[in-house]
Ligand binder design. Sequence first.
Ligand SMILES: Cc1ncc(COP(=O)(O)O)c(C=O)c1O
Length: 382
Amino acid sequence: MIEVADRLHSVEEYYFSRKLKEVNLLIASGKPVINLGIGSPDLQPPQKVVEALTEGLLSPNAHKYQSYQGLPELRQAISGFYKTHYDVNLSPNTEVLPLMGSKEGIMHISMAYLNKGDEVLIPNPGYPTYQSVTKLMEAKPVFYELDAANNWQPDFEDLERLDLTKVKLMWVNYPHMPTGTQPSASLFEELVAFAKKHNILVINDNPYSFILNDNPASILNVEGAKDVCLELNSLSKTFNMAGWRVGMVVGDNKYINDILKVKSNMDSGMFYGIQKGAIEALKCSSMWFATLNNVYRERRDLVWKLAEALNCTYDENATGLFVWAKLPLHIKAEEYIDLILKEKSIFLTPGTIFGSQGEGYIRFSLCAQTEDLHEAIRRVSS
Ligand SMILES: Cc1ncc(COP(=O)(O)O)c(C=O)c1O
């Protein structure tokens, strides 16, 4: 057998890829598992999005290779979306690059900027991909701790105490996953100042700003941010299009060109029909967001009840697609979720998969129907 590259020893199979095999075995053996683990929206995309995809299929150009930079109308729609919702001006020709999901952007950005041995600031708790991609690049993750006492915001005094000489990138993600915390009023400005002072590229990964949140915010709204910041965004959660794989990276033309250099060597454009659907999604009116959030609000009320039935506490001001809940003292997250899976057939995510700061917490997904949530409450209350 052929030996894998050394870099592959630095990462493990993604937690959900592993754990869902176990969950699926339980389901196959007849267990009625309620899955509140992964954040994969179960609701439908807007109808006009599906129609645009279907129509797109009939275009004579649909089956050709597509532009590496996406259709001009898609870049225009992304630019319009940023202006409408974040009050950020972006040139559709030079400051926007459509991606196949924001997750691939994490890899492309890392490939564009990291050399072996470079260091990367990564939130703990945070999305696990920042760490695994950094390791695949043979760069070094340097974790900055977030905690409830500081409302899950970076502590700049702590950051300044670090040796930052080798740090090239910093990942931030507000609204924050898994905690649902909003950026404080001054956070983005402080991040831009920090990035400029230390010559670090800060990337805000921003896929959750429209879920149960009335104040979508972009780091690019800060004066001068484009010199040192990029933003990733996604249609996965905002428009229930996770399986379509549409995201974007936006920022200064110099950075976009660097990333395009990587991306154009890796894929050959996004399917035409998907781009046509994405354009329609990005043009949705505020009615779409209101309807979507009515559903999530009702589900979140039930998840709060479920969390209470499990003696957990949570922050009512948190936003996003998840409820992040604190376990009673001394209970270990992974042991607890295994117990709940075994005894109640409910699958939850242990906070520890997001880093050591997630110990003592569990995460509930809102991607489940109200009937399932009622059933989950019944099971834990009986
Ligand atoms: C913080 C964060 N960033 C990025 C992603 C990836 O989203 P996409 O579907 O756009 O690749 C996720 C998905 O769960 C996420 O939670």
